[in-house]
Design a protein around this ligand. Sequence first.
Ligand code: PMP
Length: 400
Amino acid sequence: RFENVSMAPPDPILGVSEAFKADTDATKLNLGVGAYRTEDLQPYVLKVVNKAEQLMLERGENKEYLPIEGLAAFNKATAELLLGADNPVIKNGQIATVQGLSGTGSLRLGAAFIARYFPGVKVLISSPTWGNHKNILSDVGVPWSEYRYFDPQTVGLDFKGMIEDIKGAPNGSVILLHGCAHNPTGIDPTPEQWEAIADELEEKGHMPFFDVAYQGFASGSLDDDASSVRKFASRGFEMFVAQSYSKNLGLYAERIGAINVILPTADLAARVKSQLKRLARPMYSNPPVHGARIVANVVGDSVLFDEWRAEMQMMAGRIKGVRQKLYEALLSKDKSGKDWSFILKQIGMFSFTGLTKSQSDNMTDKWHVYMTKDGRISLAGLNLAKCDYLADAIIDSYYN
Ligand code: PMP
């Protein structure tokens, strides 16, 4: 019966961690998965998360089922964090928010909604993008294609190509956009470019689907990092927005996030929300409560909220520090005159090094540096002490 089942390939991102674990070399470095590490390269639980959990224990909160749409206090907090509490979209009830299983599960709910209500509509994703976008869309049977995003020549945004491909898509397509800190490139459009992208979407009747997995991690400011989404919302787009608290609150394993749909009326928002619940019920019935309570407690308490912001800035600051140090190490070690400044221009957790697959293999096989084969390194897994070593590995891999 199971004879025809073949071995699935390892996941291109999570498989890197498995390979890292199996390596016994002391110099090994895991720059694969985007998870924050301390300067000692240890996982980090935010202090503010511990405080919120303490509060939960003191209150003796129970483990009853949540409603299908999740914890009401979380859904309110997450929509307000995204758009700002005084946003007219929130005041007018024009948003359907359903708690999801982190960013992935929230994207999946949005994709399932598209499959059911907009059959045949194509989703355009950036080339490159986070690998799971393709899996999510393919698994719900939504057709997708790519728009140009990364220009290897400039190691920057291929803005012209992006606009051309958005123009070329069938009217009424869905355009998947990274709200901030694009994964894997670390390259975001400028505010002017966002405006032009919005113009083009409007012109073509396309719908934006924002993936917001790094709010607060790009600039250190929750508001600044949501400015792309808020711009589109203020222009009156109907749109999807998936959120994740894996990175900005370090709640990777709690699987806490949300899918939001912004609509022209409160009545439509209520109907869309009812259908999102209908999609969620047979998939997982209702979401987990622990992470939702943490987020609601942190956002709902002004002291904890301020502490969260400070810790997020600390994390974002540490990553900026290693980014700078890595750049300086490359500059001083590489005598070829190559311009490495793209490393400083990229933002968020990642650097897209431009290393090819075989060069990335050299990084791992010779230098024990674990990274994805698209040339992406997670700076969140790097510390100051290892920057020189990493620069040696990169230069060796580039030129040999
Ligand atoms: N979208 C992007 C662009 C991401 O980088 C990630 C995390 N790597 C996610 C979504 C979702 O992650 P999670 O399911 O852990 O929230």
